[in-house]
Structure formats: C-alpha cells, structure tokens
Design a protein around this ligand. Structure first.
Ligand SMILES: [Zn+2]
Length: 82
C-alpha cells in the first residue's frame, strides 16, 4: 500500500469502486465528463460548458492512472533496452 499524497478518485455511489473518468460529448457537441462504474458499466455524465475544465479533469485523472500503470510495470520486471 502506498501512502503517497494522491488525489482521491471519485467512487461509485452504489458499490464504492473507483470510477473511470473519460471525456464524452452530447449530441449538441457539448463536452462532458463521463464517470463509469467498472463493476456494472453504469455511468454518469457531468456536463460543463467550460471545455478547458473538462479537459483538465480528464488530463489529471489519465495522468494518475498512467503513473499507476507505469509503477506496476516497472515493478513487474526489467525493460528491454537496445
Ligand atoms: Zn458501481
């Protein structure tokens, strides 16, 4: 278990699993943050007219997830170089 200072990810209101955050669009082209439950696939969409806000939310969450995956990968084994 890591005790690094990481922002808490939003969790499912029903089962408490960490929600997957992605960007989505309405039919009218408005941007929205989609919060998807990994357990049952249900999702919420949070619309916001301020596109930079939505993009930053997604960028931050994706960075956190990428960092986590990178960590687990580097721990798993050696990397091929050359
Ligand atoms: Zn859930």
């Amino acid at each position: 278990m890591t005790t690094e200072a990481t922002r808490p990810l939003p969790t499912c209101f029903i089962c408490g699993a960490s929600l997957r955050v992605s960007i989505t669009h309405s039919k009218k082209g408005k941007v929205a943050v989609a919060l998807t439950c990994p357990t049952d696939g249900r999702h919420l969409r949070a619309f916001c007219n301020h596109r930079p806000f939505v993009e930053e939310v997604v960028a931050r969450v994706e960075t956190d997830e990428a960092a986590l995956q990178k960590h687990s990968k580097t721990q798993a084994g050696e990397e091929d170089e050359g």
